[in-house]
Design a protein. Structure first.
Length: 79
């Protein structure tokens, strides 16, 4: 199971930047198609909100890849 978590970490690390790239590409295409202020604000908010999420996905993937989640504490260890 630990190897599955590490392999999933690679997927998470790649998913963040790839998703952000496609979001920015879509935003630029939509702004070019309809260059009004409303469209620019809408896509600016989308990109602004999703950027930290994409960074978080990448960081989560890095920790999973490095094995930080190999052994998670049980409920009795937390108390």
């Amino acid at each position: 199971m630990d190897q599955v978590k590490r392999n999933a970490g690679i997927i998470w690390m790649l998913m963040g930047p790839v998703a952000l790239y496609f979001l920015i590409t879509m935003a630029l295409a939509e702004i070019e198609r309809k260059p009004v202020l409303d469209t620019k604000i809408q896509w600016g908010v989308f990109v602004g909100v999703f950027t930290p999420i994409a960074i978080g996905l990448t960081i989560f993937g890095w920790y999973a890849f490095k094995g930080e989640y190999d052994r998670l504490p049980t409920r009795s260890e937390e108390i």
